[in-house]
Design a protein around this ligand. Structure first.
Ligand code: ADP
Ligand code: MG
Length: 238
């Protein structure tokens, strides 16, 4: 299960409201992409879902439980960032194993989960290498592996591909779509890249200055944008 409900979620920094009464239902297993220009509140929204930022108002509900006051590790969520934050002195194996070591999992469980994640991510041949030996795409996979071993109900991705070159981004889009099908987990994916949104999403949420401008399937937004902002952003300038 990985059902997420946002009800009137608000975030203010001082006097400035950067997330403005966002309400949304995400179904279990859905791939939802939040898209919008830089500064529209995408990361702030994701960080509130992850528990890295307090809400100023509203409810965040996961599988029927209000989680606003739960710490990140109790939410059944794993987040993957744009900067991979890998430990350079540790092997790929140990980088992926890290969250399990924090949870004091047994060596046997760790080996099983790391090897399974590595197989899914095509990192089987890299486990003994250090991150410095890897390409950008492989490093991003290690970061995703670290999320997978925690077996979260919901994956959160914050512009995970924006440090990669165009060819690698195209490959990773396909990889992530495959990963979603394979794991069947709920995925919430933040990007400012329209192509990522259009090709990966079950549904797209277009954010503009902290509020939801429109929610819908990619082709629905493309063919029936509700306003000029969505039309311009999704790229159908009718
Ligand atoms: P996005 O991820 O869509 O680019 P962010 O969620 O990072 O946008 O930021 C939304 C707005 O909130 C921006 O105007 C940003 O400057 C502001 N903001 C984000 N974090 C903080 C913070 N810790 N303190 C003050 N303002 C912040
Ligand atoms: Mg951001």
């Amino acid at each position: 299960m990985g059902q997420l409900t946002l009800k009137n979620v608000v975030k203010s920094f001082g006097q400035i409201e950067v997330v403005k009464h966002v309400s949304l239902e995400v179904q279990d297993g859905e791939f939802v992409v939040f898209v919008g220009p830089s500064g529209c509140g995408k990361s702030t929204l994701l960080r509130m879902v992850a528990g890295l930022e307090h809400t100023s108002g509203g409810d965040i509900v996961i599988d029927g439980q209000r989680v606003n006051d739960l710490p990140p590790v109790k939410r059944g969520i794993a987040m993957v960032f744009q900067s991979y934050a890998l430990y350079p002195h540790m092997s790929v194996y140990e980088n992926i194993a890290f969250p399990l070591r924090v949870e004091r999992a047994s060596e046997e469980v760790i080996r099983e989960k790391v090897e399974s994640a590595a197989a899914i991510l095509h990192l089987d041949q890299r486990l003994q290498q250090k991150p410095g030996m890897l390409s950008g795409g492989q490093r991003q996979r290690v970061a995703i592996g670290r999320a997978i071993v925690r077996e979260p109900k919901i994956f959160l991705f914050d512009e995970p591909l924006s440090n990669l070159d165009a060819a690698l981004r195209a490959d990773m889009r396909i990889e992530l779509t495959r990963l979603h099908k394979q794991l069947g987990a709920t995925m919430i994916y933040v990007t400012h890249d329209q192509v990522e949104a259009m090709t990966m999403a079950d549904r797209i949420v277009v954010l503009n200055a902290g509020y939801i401008a429109q929610v819908g399937a990619p082709l629905e937004l493309y063919h029936k944008p509700q306003n000029a902002f969505v039309a311009r952003f999704i790229g159908n300038p009718r």
